[in-house]
Design a protein around this ligand. Sequence first.
Ligand code: F6P
Ligand code: MG
Length: 502
Amino acid sequence: MSNTEASQAGGAPSRVTLHLGHLPKKTDIKAPWPRTPTRVDPNNPPWPAYRGYHEYSFAHATMQSRLPTILGKAIEDAIRTLNDQAEEERVVDLSESIERMGGLMTDLSGNAKLRPIIDDSEADVALWNKEIAKYFQGKDFMNAPWLFAEAYKYRRLHECFSVSKFWKDYDVFYRQKCDTFSRSADAVFELSMRFAEPFKIAEGLSNQEELEAERLMFLELTQVCLWGNSTDLSLLINMSEEQIKALQSTGGDHLAATEKNILGNDLGRLWETVKELRQKTGGRIDFVLDNAGFELYCDMVYADFLLQSGLANQIRFHGKRFAWFVSDVTRKDWNWLLNTMVYGQLFPKASEEELESLRRLGRRWKQYEKEGKWVYEQHPFWCTGYTYWDLHSEAPDLFFHLSKSDLVIFKGDLNHRKLTYDCAAPASTPFDVAIGPMASAAGAPRIASLRTIKSDVVVGLGSEGDDVAEKLDETEPGWKISGKYAVVLLSDGRPGEKVRFA
Ligand code: F6P
Ligand code: MG
C-alpha cells in the first residue's frame, strides 16, 4: 500500500505538522561574538568581517569605485612610461604588462572569482596561494573579506609586471608619491628648520625640568608622526596644494588642538614605556612603515629624536617589497627621499637656509644608516593578505625577529586593520583583545598603533567607547573615513613573560 493509500485508509498522515505551542517562546538569539579563537580564520574574523557587498561600509565604496579609479590611474601611468620608450623589446614587454592590467580591470569591475597568483618565483606566492586555496575558493572580489580582496588586488597588480622581462619592479605609483612630497614644502621646511640642529635641552635645568622638556618634545613628535598618516594618496588623489597644507600643519598650537581628536589615547603610557627603555641604555624600536614621502619624512624626524635623546639606540624600519595600497614605502621610496633631501632640486621656491636645513637632516639620516643605527628591511609577509593575527604562524621568522624589539610601532590605517582583523568589533574592545596573538602569544613584543581613522574598524576607545562611536555616527556620519580622528594605542606587554631570542 502507498503512503497516500495508507493515509486515505486512516494510516500515517502524508504531512506531519508539529505543534510547538507548549515550548518556550522564540527569543532573539544573538550570535556569540567574538568567535572563539579556534574558529577564527581569514574568512571568519573574530567579529563579522567587512565585505565589498556591505553597502553600509567603506568596503563597498572602495571595492566598487575607489579601486577601479586607482587602477585606471595606474594604467595611465604605465602608458605614459610606454610612450617614453625607444627599444622594441622593452616596448613590447611593457605593453603586455598594460594588457594584463586591462585584464585585472575586467576582473575587478566584473567581480570575478579570486584565482591563484601566477608563480612568478617571488617569495610570497606560496603564502598567497595557500590562503586562497584554504579559505577563498569560489570567493569573488565582493564577497571575500574586504581586507583580503583589497590586498589581493595589489598583488595582482604587481603580477602584471613581475612576470615581465624588463619591468619586474615597475612601480605605477612612484610618480604620484614623489609628486606629493614635492607639494608638501611648507610642512617639510617647518620641520627641517626646527630639527636640523641636533636636539639639545636648554642648559641650567634641573633633572626634573629636563625630563619634562623631553616628555613634551616626545608628545609633540609622536603627534607629528601620527598626523603624518593623514596625507594618504589612496584617499587624496585629487587634492589641491592648499588642502595638503591644511592637513600637514605641524605647529604646536595645531597639535594641541588635534590631541582632542585622538579618541583612544595612550600617549602618556607610551612615554612611560620609552622612558624605561633609556634606563636600559636605549632600546630597539621598530617601525612598521606606512606611506612614502611626507609620512615617511615625519617618521624619520621622530626616529631621529628617539635616537638623539637616548630613548632608542637602534631603529629598524619595515617597508614593502612592491607597490602597495598606492602610497606605501618601498626601498626605492626610502632611497629617493634621503637622496632628494641631500642632492635634489625639488623645491625651487625654498630659501638657501631652508634647503640647507633639509640637506643637514638628510646627511645625518644617511649616516645613521651607514652606522647601522637605522636599518631598512622588507619581509615578504608585509605584502600578503594575512592579518597580523597570523603573523606568528605564517611568518615565524619575522615574529621571532620582532620579538627582540622593545617596541614595535605600526603606522597607519591598513596596519591597524591588519592588527585588529578588520572586523566589526565594538569600539570599546580593549586593544589587547582586538589584536589577539600580537598581544597574547609568547614572545609578542610591545605594540603601538599610530593611526588616523580612515576605515570602519575602530577599537580601544575605552569603556564608554560604544557610546562615543554611536554619537559620532549620528553627528558626523563620515567620521570613520575622514582622517580627522585618530588613535594612539599601546598593548599592555608582559615584560615578565617576554621571551628573548638570541
Ligand atoms: O582603501 C582603503 C584603505 O585600505 C584604508 O584602510 C585607508 O583609507 C587607505 O586605504 C590606506 O591608508 P593607510 O595608508 O593609512 O594605511
Ligand atoms: Mg598606506
